[in-house]
Design a binder for this molecule. Structure first.
Ligand code: GLN
Length: 457
């Protein structure tokens, strides 16, 4: 693999396709220097597991020597002092860190329209959104700017843009990948996720990143990954659950028919399906938006104009003025909602209720995975929509209908590309599995990907 020329090609492609706005920052010199080192190591005893693999990192994950903005005016000039643990692990594994990718402001959004630096554009249709909030990472991988990208998935921000852009997007089990150095949005839901075009590379990257980290108090003690081996030996039989029709009511017709085709493919490659009634579908979105906004209102209190980020020049109340100027509309909406659901008098009615609903959702998944290996679902109710098409915030939040429950329950989930709609826009299908069954889920995805490829050939 001619590493330096690969990296140079990537840099040229990013420059030629700047209009996509997938990148916030490109570290040309740093990437070239690691490419030279990788070239020297490749094929020798010093070769590392991700030698020369070109990687983009979402701009809410700390990379020493690169800016970290969270696509917000609040952090426009912020320079982090250390590498996130996942970034350190990528460096140690020989990956070439190309730069930081654009996103929705503070990872709040489903379309990348909330970035303070301009929206990311879908690589196949300039009028459409790439999904969010990790849309820059999804486009960077889909448009071959890099091989792997990191994102963060609090309620679907890796899987939904992966589906819209036609690539793989993995949200691991909560705690499998360290959150040290990931800017907190909703700490009990946040998980670093991975984008790739290839499932084997996904598994190798997962294995490099999954590890216990003493710097993250919620890091899983059983973190080490063995997905590479699992995907190399895909199972010939497995069990899966699928959703009854009424749970698909919110989906476009084309997504519904792709889902039927997906289920038929699962059966063809050794899957035995059972229709599962997952209760509480109506609770998923409200539970997520109460918990996520409550946690965000607490996490984002640190941006006060004193210690981090933007400071207002004038105003009698410096903190209020700094926050008013630094945050965009969607972030403010979330912070106000979060503060409201935590406030005295409303706490029990909203926050405590949402915690109780979270337990019910978690229990329904535990019961489900006692009888099936994976649950098959669409990733999104629609394919990529046009920029500006959704103006009602609640309507936008509904794009996360099928993704938020995995974060609420802490379970692993993978979006895999599965064909296109009649306009040629990618469709994503999702697998979910029990906590810590990431490897088995990826292995099953390997079987399906092979069968889907055969069918397409
Ligand atoms: N789209 C969801 C939201 O707006 C999910 C965000 C995320 O996963 N970071 O909250």
């Amino acid at each position: 693999m001619p590493t330096l020329s690969n990296v140079e090609k990537s840099i040229q492609l990013c420059a030629a396709q700047q209009d996509l706005r997938a990148w916030m920052h490109i570290d040309e010199q740093g990437a070239q220097a690691s490419a030279v080192e990788s070239e020297n190591r490749l094929g020798t005893a010093l070769e590392r597991p991700l030698e020369g693999v070109v990687v983009g990192v979402k701009d809410n994950i700390s990379v020493k020597g690169m800016p970290l903005t969270c696509a917000s005016n609040m952090l426009r000039d912020f320079q982090p002092l250390y590498d996130a643990t996942v970034v350190e692990r990528l460096r140690d594994a020989g990956a070439v860190l190309l730069g930081k990718t654009n996103m929705d402001e503070f990872a709040m959004g489903s379309s990348n329209e909330t970035s303070a630096f301009g929206p990311v554009v879908h690589h196949l249709d300039p009028e459409r959104v790439p999904g969010g909030s990790s849309g820059g990472s999804a486009v960077a991988v889909a448009a071959h700017h890099c091989d792997v990208a990191l994102g963060s998935d609090t309620g679907g921000s890796v899987r939904q843009p992966a589906a819209f852009c036609g690539v793989y997007g993995l949200k691991p089990t909560y705690g499998r990948l360290s959150r040290h150095g990931l800017v907190a949005f909703a700490s009990s839901l946040d998980q670093v996720g991975i984008f790739t075009r290839d499932l084997h590379l996904m598994a190798r990257t997962f294995d490099v990143l999954a590890a216990h980290d003493p710097m993250d108090a919620t890091s899983s003690p059983q973190a080490a990954g063995h997905a590479g081996d699992a995907v190399g030996q895909p199972p010939t039989s497995f069990t899966f659950g699928y959703l009854p029709d009424h749970m698909l009511a919110g989906c476009d017709e084309e997504i519904r028919s792709a889902y039927q085709h997906f289920l038929a493919t699962l059966e063809k490659c050794g899957g035995t399906g059972t229709c599962v009634e997952l209760p509480h579908l109506d609770l998923w979105i409200p539970t997520y938006f109460i918990l996520a906004t409550a946690e965000a209102s607490s996490n984002l209190a640190r941006y006060d104009g004193v210690r981090y980020g933007h400071r207002a020049e004038s105003g009698s109340d410096m903190t209020t003025a700094s926050r008013s100027e630094g945050f965009g509309t969607e972030v403010k909406r979330r912070l106000m909602l979060g503060t409201y659901v935590l406030s005295a008098g409303y706490h029990d009615a909203f926050y405590t209720k949402a915690q109780q609903a979270r337990r019910l959702i978690f229990d329904s998944y535990t019961a489900l995975f006692a009888s099936v290996d994976v649950l098959a679902m669409p990733t999104t109710p629609t394919t990529a929509f046009k920029r500006g098409a959704i103006t009602d915030p609640v309507q936008m939040w509904l794009s996360d209908l099928y993704t938020v429950s995995a974060n609420i329950a802490g379970i692993p989930a993978l979006s895999m590309p599965f064909g296109t709609d009649s306009q040629g826009l990618p469709i994503g299908m999702q697998l979910q599995a029990a906590m810590h069954a990431d490897e088995n889920m990826l292995a099953i995805a390997g079987t399906i990907a092979a069968a889907a490829q055969e069918a397409a050939a």
